[in-house]
Ligand binder design. Structure first.
Ligand SMILES: NC(=O)c1ccc[n+]([C@@H]2O[C@H](COP(=O)([O-])OP(=O)(O)OC[C@H]3O[C@@H](n4cnc5c(N)ncnc54)[C@H](O)[C@@H]3O)[C@@H](O)[C@H]2O)c1
Length: 631
């Protein structure tokens, strides 16, 4: 049957239908496009002409080819025109009742052996199929937007679909040069099932006041995605997004797909995203759609203290040095301090601009050791030690004793609540979370607690900007922004794999096509992206002599392991800490190994924990104002 496919019908020539009709005609097939009335047909013709016209302007199509494509598409408002089609693709709005009506009509007019396909994003193909007298001839064919560009097509079979009917669609997808994945009939299929859990949670996160829309979008874009989740929902259409979430929620009862209240409010108010000029963003002013971080005044880089000696601490020190800050670092013992100095030295290998900057800074701006007293003059003190609550609490108590008044104390903890560490100090209003989803990247999440002072959050934002990073602000919640959205999404993918619904493809490029995740290797080198890693190896190496590293000169400070905290603070005040700050001696030495392996406190496990059938609870149940400064 696949070989005899000559004429294909498309019902509904809106965003998707027009694109699908164009793709079909481009491959040489005769196409019949059906719309609901003359006005809609005119709009459909307009979509086809402008889309192919853009291709001509870009030199991807000649004027003759454009004309040939348009000539192959017959337009009509009568379903009767579909009577001799081998296959019909339905692309009317995402409403089950409407689609069922359309399929009843198709069943009446189409040849008995014709295959009928639906482009539904989330509705049950089975429920659509049973509205016809030929359920075995019904297939789902889910193109992505824009259809002429996107490679992935999900092909959906129901329990009733005949293999021959499925083969017709599979052959067609191949003929169109698309990447087809064949799957069973589950709400949202693969891509939307994964995508909308993430998108809906981003909407809920915004709705709860956890972070601003710009910061949510900027944070996720910084992970390598082409756009942020709220911008993407505006592009898809908030009505479509609501329908998809509802369909998946109906099937799964997973609260993460229960539409965020704000989504329904937008749709009720007629704010559907780009297509109506307003959604999460307003599109009256084009600049409004661009995610922007809070500007903040450009301050000179602060004097930064870093505690820890693991890879994160080294990355932090290096980043601060590049930005021109003075850095003092404190490691758990002399050996670890030396290791930090060596790691810094190694980072100046190569002749890149960044390496040169670190090399110069190493000579002038870094000092390290084992005494917390080294941090006394720092404006910003960042803790990057083991992911262990008791170790971190002890450290914060000790740093509180040596830091100057007004210094900001920051934790890089990912699983320990910032408020727990703030409570270990006498200056909880000065404590914030600083989370770098990619230690070498620019994005820095600044988490404020219910007691963080407004002025401290503002100053922290300025400091982070001055350190050459991109600050985004959020509240002290598990996963901040990026991990809270990214980890459950990844976990869903694993769960999908484990359930046997979809297979893994090891080819990274094909995965990128399927899930719209940009392949990092595609990124072009730029001023801050000096080509592929290791590319510098062919260049002359430039190494700073060890003797030039001031850090080493001070790295031999006495290491005092007190009864309450493994680091010596060098401060007489800290030798007798207040009773309530003491922790058992066996809290163990400061560990700087991978924090990822640290046990996760139970309260942080609820959303990012291992795969389990229990439905997870949204951490963004409602918008609420509190003493905490709104981000
Ligand atoms: N928008 C997306 O990003 C996207 C992506 C993939 C799949 N889809 C799916 O594609 C389908 C269409 O979505 P869309 O975004 O193109 O919607 P749309 O509103 O842009 O287009 C729907 C078209 O169907 C026409 N129509 C309505 N009733 C009709 C009828 N009885 N007969 C003939 N035509 C009729 C409308 O006039 C309109 O032009 C939906 O099932 C949607 O879930 C959408």
């Amino acid at each position: 049957m696949g070989a005899s496919l000559d004429k294909v019908g498309v019902v509904g020539l809106g965003t998707m239908g027009a694109g699908i009709a164009e793709v079909l005609a481009r491959s040489g097939l005769d196409v019949v496009g059906i719309e609901v009335g003359d006005e809609a047909l005119k709009r459909g013709r307009g979509h086809l002409e402008s889309s192919t016209g853009r291709a001509v302007k870009r030199g991807k199509l000649s004027a003759e080819e454009q004309q040939a494509i348009l000539d192959r598409i017959e337009l009509s408002t009568s379903f009767g025109a579909l009577s001799d089609c081998d296959l019909v693709v339905e692309a009317v709005p995402e409403q089950l009742a409407l689609k069922r009506r359309v399929f009843e009509q198709l069943d009446e007019v189409c040849r008995a052996d014709a295959v009928l396909a639906t482009n539904t994003s989330s509705l049950s193909v089975t429920e659509i199929a049973v509205s016809t007298n030929r359920p075995e001839q019904i297939v789902g064919v889910h193109f992505f937007n824009p259809a002429p560009v996107m490679k992935l097509v999900e092909i959906i079979h129901t329990v009733l679909t005949r293999p021959e009917a499925l083969a017709v669609v599979q052959d067609l997808v191949e003929r169109l040069g698309k990447v087809g994945v064949t799957i069973g009939d589950r709400a949202g299929f693969i891509a939307n099932r994964l995508l909308f859990g993430y998108l809906n949670q981003a909407a809920a996160m915004y709705d709860s006041g956890h972070a601003t829309r710009e910061d949510i979008d900027a944070a996720m874009k910084a992970t390598g995605l082409p756009m942020g989740p709220l911008t993407l929902m505006d592009l898809i259409g908030l009505d479509v997004s609501l329908e998809v979430c509802e369909a998946i929620y109906r099937e799964t009862r997973d609260r993460r797909h229960a539409p965020a209240p704000i989504l329904r409010q937008f749709v009720t108010a007629g704010l559907l995203g780009r297509k109506t000029g307003r959604g999460f963003y307003s599109y009256d002013e084009p600049a409004a759609a661009t995610a922007t971080a809070e500007a903040g005044t450009v301050e000179p880089p602060p004097q930064v203290g870093v505690v820890g000696s693991g890879p994160l601490a080294v990355a932090l020190i290096r980043g601060c040095l590049r930005a021109g800050a003075h850095v003092r670092f404190v490691a758990g013992d002399t050996e670890k301090a030396r290791a930090v100095a060596t790691a810094l030295e190694q980072s100046v290998a190569g002749d890149t601009e960044k390496a040169q900057a670190v090399s110069t800074a190493l000579e002038q701006s870094v000092e390290g050791g084992t005494e917390l007293a080294l941090l006394a003059e720092c404006d910003l003190i960042i803790e990057a030690v083991a992911e262990d609550t008791s170790v971190k609490r002890s450290l914060f108590a000790a740093v509180d004793d040596v830091a100057k008044p007004g210094a900001i104390l920051a934790t890089t903890a990912t699983t320990v609540p910032v408020i727990e560490l703030a409570a270990a100090t006498d200056r909880p209003k000065d404590v914030i979370g600083l989370h770098l989803p990619d230690p070498e990247g620019e994005l820095t999440e600044i988490a404020t607690t219910v007691v963080t002072a407004t002025e401290v959050a503002r100053r922290a934002t300025e400091y982070v900007t001055a350190l050459g990073k991109h600050p985004v602000r959020c509240r002290d919640r598990a996963g901040f922004i990026v991990d809270a959205l990214r980890v459950p999404y990844l976990n869903d993918a694993v769960r999908m794999l484990e359930s046997g619904y979809a297979r893994r493809r090891s080819d990274r490029r094909r995965d990128a096509v399927r899930l719209r995740v940009p392949d990092r290797s595609d990124r072009r080198p730029g001023p801050d992206r000096p080509g592929p890693r290791g590319g510098g190896a062919a260049r002359p190496l430039h190494r700073a002599p060890r003797a030039r590293v001031r850090a080493l000169r001070t790295a031999g400070g006495a290491v005092h392991r007190g009864p309450y905290f493994p680091l010596s603070t060098g401060s007489s005040r800290t030798t007798q800490p207040p009773e309530d700050r003491r922790v058992p001696y066996d809290a163990g030495p400061l560990r700087t190994g991978s924090s990822r392996t640290a046990p996760t406190p139970a309260y942080r496990r609820d959303r990012c924990g291992p795969i389990r059938p229990v439905r997870s609870r949204s951490p963004y149940p409602e918008r609420h104002e509190s003493a905490q400064e709104p981000p």
